[in-house]
Design a binder for this molecule. Structure first.
Ligand SMILES: C[S@@+](CC[C@H](N)C(=O)[O-])C[C@H]1O[C@@H](n2cnc3c(N)ncnc32)[C@H](O)[C@@H]1O
Length: 231
């Protein structure tokens, strides 16, 4: 079976399960084809070598990520807590001959790689923010986190969306594909200038320099105050 055949088989399975109104625990709950295609494009655009997925299910999205990993010379590490789904995902990736670039991990997020270029979130919505905080220190500068369902589950994901958009070291934007993708980009050091602000007023005079974000502004303030204490 070729990759496209496996993708089509899983798309058919997913739509039949939805038509039958099966409970979500037994459905594949795959992302849409356009979202899968976009994810694969994004991995290629950032030349992602280490790709992490949370929420493997039966491996539909994993196939898109693995296709991209094959072309970047990278790998996919994918987590799921449901043993039956992980077993099916292994079979599907094997069928698509992409299992060589994928590591399946049964369980919640653990043993993360030191650095990650791209992470994809498609687990239970209540875990998005917790997982973001766990993963973020591992995301490379210039790396990306993509979260699915931000339109379909906007209310449930309000905390997550608010958090990623308020982080000064990130740019985050919603892409209206499928169920809605929130794409959060971790800025490189030299890109933080997007956040340069008005000069600070320190002890009644303008500082000669502006600094990129609240963190650096606070540092500057402390430095200036220390200097004054020395005189
Ligand atoms: C929406 S489905 C994923 C669909 C898959 N990404 C796709 O597009 O083909 C959600 C999956 O997340 C898994 N899951 C739920 N909580 C999880 C957690 N804390 N860690 C890892 N996987 C989790 C569920 O078992 C389920 O298989």
């Amino acid at each position: 079976m070729g990759i496209q055949d496996v993708l089509e088989k899983l798309e058919k399975e997913d739509s039949e399960q939805r038509e039958k109104n099966l409970p979500k625990e037994v459905r594949n709950r795959s992302l849409t084809r356009d979202s899968g295609k976009f994810l694969a494009m994004l991995c290629r655009m950032v030349n992602a070598k280490i790709i992490v997925e949370i929420g493997t299910s039966v491996g539909y999205s994993t196939i898109w990520l693995a296709m991209a990993a094959k072309s970047t010379g990278g790998m996919v590490i994918t987590y799921d807590i449901d043993p039956k789904k992980v077993e099916k995902a292994r079979d599907n990736l094997q069928e698509a001959k992409l299992d060589g670039v994928v590591t399946f991990i049964l369980g919640d997020v653990s043993d993360l790689p030191e650095t990650i270029n791209l992470a994809f979130f498609d687990q239970e919505k209540k875990d998005y923010l917790r997982h973001f905080k766990l993963l973020f220190p591992h995301i490379r500068k210039g790396g990306v986190i993509v979260a699915d369902n931000v339109i379909s589950h906007q209310e449930e994901l309000q905390d997550y969306i608010g958090h990623v958009r308020s982080r000064p070291e990130c740019n985050s934007i919603q892409i209206p594909l499928g169920k809605g993708l929130e794409v959060t980009y971790r800025l490189r050091k030299d890109e933080l200038d997007a956040f340069w602000q008005e000069p600070l007023i320190i002890s009644g005079r303008k500082s000669s320099q502006t600094f990129p974000n609240a963190f650096f502004q606070t540092k500057l303030c402390i430095l200036e105050l220390d200097k004054q204490a020395d005189y």
